[in-house]
Ligand binder design. Structure first.
Ligand code: C5P
Length: 238
């Protein structure tokens, strides 16, 4: 896998002008654009067709969490729209994840397109041990991440979203082919902003991240293209 394919840029903006600028500047230098709730609720499916029309790939980060039928029907619609990667919440349960994956494979086969990578959120990295205990789980957040990672794999999904500091735990428990998508990455010497448990692009890949998600260090940079290339170079120099 080429280093640039590992870079997913979070498009955390909500105007068409900002999106158009970022997509056109970055599409040749990165692997995928992450579209989250902010942008999706602002632009709807237009954002998917726009990025695709420019030749970009899309990770739709909606963290679906509902009953199996509702999630799998939503996954069917999004597969048809040609999303390249999307996610559900593993806490929606084994059957929800299993059915979502089965539906996306079936839909893609019917259309003769490549099935999207379907991944799951384990424990949000914003939740520490104290919060995990408050919710009522009797395991630490790390143990929960491992437990839910294994459940996700057993349900047939392709990987998880996790902290770069947890990617090694997931690879050990689920194997090398199981993908890890990790936000909380900051290039060397960069402002960390509100991210707490962070690491650098190089350390993330060395620690077991398959893809890294980077937002503001690229989207708020003076020159977004240069910022993206610098991160790819950091990953190349392993
Ligand atoms: O700007 P920054 O690089 O911090 O953006 C990281 C992106 O990854 C944001 O879209 C954020 O919502 C997302 N994310 C995160 N931590 C998680 C899950 C998602 O930062 N645990």
């Amino acid at each position: 896998m080429k280093a640039k394919e590992r870079l997913i840029v979070a498009l955390d903006v909500d105007t068409k002008e900002e999106v158009e600028f970022l997509v056109n500047e970055l599409k040749d230098d990165i692997g995928m654009f992450k579209v989250g709730l902010q942008l999706y609720t602002s632009m709807g499916n237009e954002i998917i067709s726009y990025i695709k029309s420019r030749g970009g790939k899309i990770f739709l980060d909606l963290k679906l969490h509902d009953i199996p039928n509702t999630v799998s029907e939503t996954v069917r619609v999004l597969t048809k729209q040609g999303v390249d990667m999307m996610n559900v919440h593993s806490q929606g349960g084994f059957e929800m994840m299993r059915l979502a994956k089965e539906t996306s494979l079936k839909t893609a086969a019917e259309l003769g397109i490549e099935a999207p990578q379907l991944i799951a959120v384990t424990i949000l990295t914003s939740l520490g041990d104290e919060e995990v205990e408050k919710i009522g789980y009797n395991k630490s957040s790390k143990e929960m991440v491992e437990h839910l990672g294994v459940l996700t794999k057993e349900a047939g999904l392709d990987g998880v979203v996790c902290s770069p500091l947890e990617a090694g735990i997931i690879k050990d428990a689920c194997g090398d082919k199981f993908i890890t998508v990790t936000p909380g990455v900051r290039p060397l010497g960069e402002d960390v902003g509100d991210q707490k448990r962070i690491t650098t692009p190089k350390k993330a890949i060395e620690g077991g991240s398959t893809y890294i998600v980077v937002g503001r260090p690229i989207t708020k940079a003076e020159n977004v293209k240069v910022a993206a290339k610098k991160i790819v170079a950091e990953m190349e120099n392993l």
